[in-house]
Design a binder for this molecule. Structure first.
Ligand code: FAD
Length: 385
């Protein structure tokens, strides 16, 4: 997809057409900015994600003015959560809000199409290969139909996700950090499951692994796990089988048909996910979404955070450009708005993730929550505000 009217100089360039980049492009285009966005993949495409859309996502879609278009895609509705431990203990809770789920191929394609519809120039498939700063503007080198081209922009937003080769070139603080955390997603046809409630999201846990399960369409369920492993010697499919051995109720979810299909299922996964602190800006570039900070997946709030952060940042930039505010001041404003909105949430979700991945801590936690079930709603709330 490439808009007919192409220019080479933009007010703002965005790298990445995931939720953060596309929603930033919508906000900026709506305010009259001349925006371009680069996305290296052809859409629709799948990405690693549990595909749970938290209530914050819908609130942001309302603010973007595209909630009705989203509902027209018939997202799956989710109104309850169930934690299922390897000792068979279950913790169910009704959500105090409505949430949704949808395949990322559908959701991300929807957002990017809306950005194009609002007038953003979309370069796709186009990978940004290099960034140079000249005074107060940026030059981006990108690949388009096999040849290298260049554009310039006064501001640059990096919305290219949690792991990127450009981070190394920019010398970001975490590029040499190694984590033992690994994420994996499968889509499974419902006919491979013994039974499943579409309006419930479940987390199955065992030592060093937790796995989210939720319906994402009339036919499919997403199975997405995060694991803590020192060594990655066996395949992701074997890790799923291992969770079945360790958590009997997880194994009960599947029927015989599943095992005959397992080897042919496409897998979306990545290792070495870094959840620590990242810079929000560097060399004049503003980072947003996962590029700015990754929340523990159990919160199911990464997409919500990406949309919220894109709104915060674009509001600051639009106001700053109109008022010719100094760039350092804009960076300070973004840092304080981001910390206020996300710092506590990242900490709480990180703590809960650590507890779930450790056998003794998780079992003690589950026993406690069975005694005080109201605490579970409190935890759900704290991982999202
Ligand atoms: C295991 C796991 C489960 C998760 N489950 C959930 C969940 O259920 N619900 C939830 O809300 N969140 C979940 N998340 C988090 C969520 O996936 C992310 O927070 C979200 O995708 C962040 O959006 P983003 O736009 O910042 O980045 P991304 O979605 O990663 O998008 C980045 C885009 O940039 C493009 N790109 C990268 N480099 C370049 C380049 N050089 N040039 C051009 N384009 C480029 C990529 O192709 C990609 O499309 C999960 C995360 C993990 C790890």
């Amino acid at each position: 997809m490439l808009n007919e009217k192409r220019k080479n100089n933009f007010d703002i360039a965005i790298i990445g057409g995931g939720p953060a980049g596309s929603s930033a492009a919508i906000h900026l285009s709506q305010s009259g900015m001349n925006v371009c966005l680069f996305e290296k993949k052809v859409f629709p495409r799948e990405v690693l994600c549990g595909e749970f859309l938290s209530p914050e996502v819908f609130e942001e879609l309302v603010k973007l003015g595209i909630d009705k278009e989203f509902l027209a895609l018939h997202p799956n509705k989710i109104n309850s959560f169930r934690f299922i431990n390897d000792d068979a203990a279950e913790l169910p809770v009704k959500f105090p809000f409505n949430a949704f789920s949808m395949k990322r191929s559908v959701f991300d394609n929807f957002l990017l199409s809306e950005a194009a519809r609002r007038g953003a120039s979309i370069y796709q498939p186009s990978e940004v290969k290099g960034i140079t700063r000249r005074g107060n503007s940026f030059k981006l080198k990108f690949i388009n139909a096999g040849s290298t081209e260049e554009i310039s922009a006064d501001f640059l937003i990096a919305a290219y996700g949690k792991q990127n080769i450009l981070d190394k070139a920019l010398g970001r603080n975490f590029v040499n950090a190694r984590s033992r955390l690994n994420g994996v997603k499968f889509h499974i046809n419902k006919k491979c499951l013994s039974s499943f409630d579409d309006d419930e999201i479940r987390i199955y846990a065992a030592d060093e692994i937790y796995c989210g399960v939720n319906a994402v369409s009339d036919n499919d369920v997403t199975i997405c796990f995060l694991e803590d492993r020192a060594e990655y010697t066996s395949s992701y499919r074997q890790h799923l089988a291992e969770l079945m051995r360790r958590n009997k109720k997880f194994a009960d979810l599947f029927n015989k048909e599943f095992f005959s299909m397992l080897n042919d299922l496409p897998v979306y996964g990545t290792g070495n996910i870094f959840f620590g602190k990242r810079e929000l800006f560097k060399n004049g570039i503003f980072f947003v979404g996962d590029a700015a900070g990754v929340i523990a997946p159990l919160a199911g709030d990464g997409i919500g955070m990406a949309l919220q952060a894109a709104r915060l940042l674009t509001k600051i930039l639009i106001h700053g450009i109109q008022n010719k505010t100094d760039r350092h001041e804009l960076e300070g404003q973004y840092q304080s708005a981001w910390d206020k909105q996300f710092k506590k949430r990242l900490f709480s979700a990180g703590m809960v993730q650590k507890i779930i991945l450790r056998n003794n801590l998780r079992r003690t936690g589950v026993a406690l929550l069975r005694l005080f079930p109201w605490l579970l709603s409190e935890i759900v709330q704290r991982t999202r505000s």
